[in-house]
Design a protein around this ligand. Structure first.
Ligand SMILES: [Zn+2]
Length: 230
């Protein structure tokens, strides 16, 4: 005969398991539903010299914390830059090892690769949560299954400014600012060649959105403001 409390514990545990598996079935986050003027500023494909260092200096100047979704192969050869991110209070995310189309890989291959990138990130002394961002924003059931098994969110986006094509800084600023809304995720790129327009745009975007009352938060902080939109 089990006690009423023990019975309730079992029922609650079961309900929690079902709830968690439903939540984990949607590892993708494209924005957060909130009325508060909070925005996550994120950078992909780095770290690279000199652009990541230049961006870190701008963030420091404006007292803004961002999230860097690094490629494993770049992170490996730039651990001192990752250490600067940690010192600056920024968040670090996993953007795969080589920027492959991860949606085409098997669950098994992903479960092997992605923790290897985490291991490189941890060499910097970073202690926070490491979310994933799929290269090219591509998703698939195999990727979802892998992320669920290694308990990772896919921190995506619902708009891209296409800064990687290197338009003039003001064009990047106008595109980003016109799409900004509470709970939004801004994606810029600190990897690749000739990222100067993105570096210049970063400071202008921060000034513009701060003047409109927006507060910049990291990826994991953004998740605390409301439910995720998949
Ligand atoms: Zn990328």
């Amino acid at each position: 005969m089990i006690s009423k409390n023990a019975y309730l514990n079992v029922v609650c545990g079961l309900a929690l398991t079902i709830f968690c598996s439903v939540v984990n079935a949607h590892p993708e986050v494209r924005s957060i539903k909130t009325q508060e003027k909070v925005i996550a500023l994120t950078f992909d494909d780095g770290p690279t010299i000199p652009y990541t260092n230049e961006i870190l200096a701008i963030l420091d100047k404006h007292h803004v914390k961002a999230t860097f979704f690094v490629m494993g192969i770049h992170a490996k050869s730039n651990i001192p830059i990752l250490k600067k991110m940690v010192e600056g209070g920024h968040e670090i995310g996993n953007h795969s090892m080589y920027h492959d189309k991860e949606n085409k890989k098997s669950t098994q291959a992903l479960i092997k690769e992605l923790p290897e990138v985490d291991k490189i990130i941890r060499q910097s002394g970073y202690k926070g949560e490491i979310m994933f961002r799929s290269p090219f924003g591509l998703t698939s059931d195999t990727l979802r299954t892998a992320l669920t098994q290694i308990n990772k969110k896919n921190f995506l986006f619902d708009f891209l400014s296409q800064d990687w094509e290197n338009p003039p800084a003001q064009i990047i600023v106008d595109r980003v600012v016109s799409h900004a809304k509470p709970g939004h995720i801004i994606v810029l790129h600190d990897g690749g060649k000739g990222r100067s327009p993105t570096v210049e745009a970063t400071g202008l975007i921060i000034e513009n959105l701060k003047s409109k009352g927006y507060k910049f938060v990291t990826a994991s902080e953004l998740l605390t403001y409301g439910p995720a939109k998949h």
